[in-house]
Ligand binder design. Structure first.
Ligand SMILES: NC(=O)c1ccc[n+]([C@@H]2O[C@H](COP(=O)([O-])OP(=O)(O)OC[C@H]3O[C@@H](n4cnc5c(N)ncnc54)[C@H](O)[C@@H]3O)[C@@H](O)[C@H]2O)c1
Length: 438
């Protein structure tokens, strides 16, 4: 099939390269000229394991091309995927203007009937509105399908080729069949496609992310209770996670969920409820608990310094919102570093992939904040170390080296990955979340 993919971000580029690898001919379109220039040269503009090889292979095989506009060849493509950003507006609703901008482009340029598959996360009713726009302004019959994306940054390539499920929302069976055909190569081992209405499909995406966020907020609330009553959240997690009805995933207490999806999708769902006149009290509480957890971590850091943070040096390990990505959108580290700087602290930060993005989004390097390639060098003269992202190389660090490099002894382990090292006995002022300091 010939398919165009609009958007070359985490979702669009993985989709484009993945579909190309399945033998489809792909044009990936993005309005960001410098990004397209880099992609044409085989450079992937963000860190995603395995993606650079996938892109290079399909560029070489001439199944994948990049452009800033839909060209003549792909104006008659069988399908057009929409994978543009839908960031939050100031009031928490999703900004779907980029989705409709693609709709207008398609209305003007397509030369043949085809499918428009919306991968972007969009509020319920967006696909219906896009269908109306195309019905009204496109001379060719276009069939809008909702096809929300469930990949995880850091494992996106694997998730593309081995999805737990592919959700397809259509309002006519023929489009459903054509979409199923497109995903046929992923169906060899088992049926993965679930077809439903467009509205149900759009809501499924928000429901999935909000359910996962609910589990995290629930555990975060319990972690605060654990601290107050002397229980251990890790033991509680092991205890409840072994119940098959509950399962082990997404039960880790930490500094609150972040990233480009959970915060924005939770708040978009709350708005969806408001617009429909339905109060989503659980989802609202999930967002509130997340805010509270970020502040809870901040209070842990503050509590290390009886006489304030002014002039204190604090090392932060981990800036990305989770390991294996360079994405810093809504990262908990953004809140903590901003607060540290506001309190007058000197920050020495290390992240193996996300430092540049973090500097651009939150705090360019200056007298108050510096970024270090080596995690131990970042500790020189530090009064405290704060662990924000559980990258693998932080899991078993050399605590002797940490002690030698630091001036003070404070450690805040916001991910609870060092509870078993006996750091209090080793002379550190060790604080973590939901677990008695060991
Ligand atoms: N990142 C994730 O992990 C993830 C997972 C599932 C779903 N999603 C959803 O997928 C969508 C895309 O997310 P992302 O993280 O890939 O976004 P992103 O910000 O990384 O990339 C979006 C890209 O779209 C481009 N773009 C904007 N307007 C355009 C237009 N009119 N034509 C062509 N390109 C245009 C931008 O230049 C940018 O390169 C969002 O709705 C998001 O909620 C993201």
């Amino acid at each position: 099939m010939r398919i165009s993919v609009f958007g070359s971000g985490y979702v669009g580029l993985v989709t484009a390269a993945g579909l190309a690898d399945m033998g489809h001919r792909i044009l990936c379109v993005d309005i960001d000229e410098s990004r397209i220039k880099r992609l044409r040269a085989g450079q992937v503009p963000f860190f995603e394991p395995g993606l650079a090889d996938l892109v290079a292979r399909n560029l070489r095989g001439e199944r994948l091309r990049f452009a800033t506009e839909l060209d003549e060849e792909f104006a008659s493509a069988d399908a057009h995927f929409v994978a543009v950003g839908t960031p939050p507006l100031a009031d928490g609703r999703a900004d779907v203007s980029a989705v409709f901008a693609v709709g207008h482009t398609l209305a003007q340029r397509v030369t043949q009937e085809g499918i428009v598959a919306v991968k972007s996360t969009v509020p319920v009713g967006t696909c219906d509105a896009l269908q109306r726009l195309l019905d009204d302004s496109c001379p060719h019959r276009m069939h809008v399908a909702s096809n929300p994306e469930f990949l995880k940054e850091g494992a996106a390539v694997d998730d593309f080729f081995r999805p737990h499920r592919v959700i397809i929302g259509v309002d006519d069976p023929k489009t459903g069949e054509a979409m199923r055909e497109m995903y046929r190569p992923l169906q060899l081992s088992r049926e993965r496609v679930i077809v439903m209405s467009r509205r149900s499909s759009e809501l499924t995406k928000y429901a999935a992310n909000s359910m996962l966020a609910t589990r995290i907020s629930f555990m975060n609330e319990l972690s605060r209770l654990c601290d107050a009553i002397g229980a251990d959240i890790h033991a509680v997690r092991a205890g409840i996670g072994s119940d098959e009805r509950i399962g082990r995933a997404f039960l880790y207490a930490g500094p609150g969920y972040g990233g480009s999806c959970f915060p924005k999708d939770v708040s978009a769902l709350i708005h969806l409820g408001k617009e429909a006149g339905v109060t989503l009290g659980i989802v609202e509480a999930v967002a509130e608990a997340n805010e509270a957890q970020r502040l809870y971590v901040w209070e842990k850091i503050r509590s290390l310094f009886a006489d304030g943070l002014q002039g204190k040096t604090v090392t932060v390990w981990g800036l990305a919102f989770k390991p294996m990505t360079d994405d810093v959108r809504d990262a908990p580290a953004g809140v903590i570093v901003t607060k540290l700087l506001e309190a007058g602290a000197i920050v020495r930060a290390h992240d193996p992939e996300a430092a540049d993005n973090f500097a651009a989004a939150y705090a360019p390097a200056n007298d108050a904040i510096s970024y270090h390639v080596n995690e131990y060098e970042a500790l020189d003269g530090a009064d405290a170390l704060v662990l924000m992202t559980e990258w693998r190389h932080f899991r078993n660090p050399d605590f002797g080296e940490i002690k030698r490099r630091m001036r003070g002894r404070g450690i805040v382990d916001a991910r609870g990955i060092w509870t078993m090292f006996g750091l209090s006995q080793a002379g550190f002022d060790y604080r973590t979340i939901g677990s008695p300091a060991a």
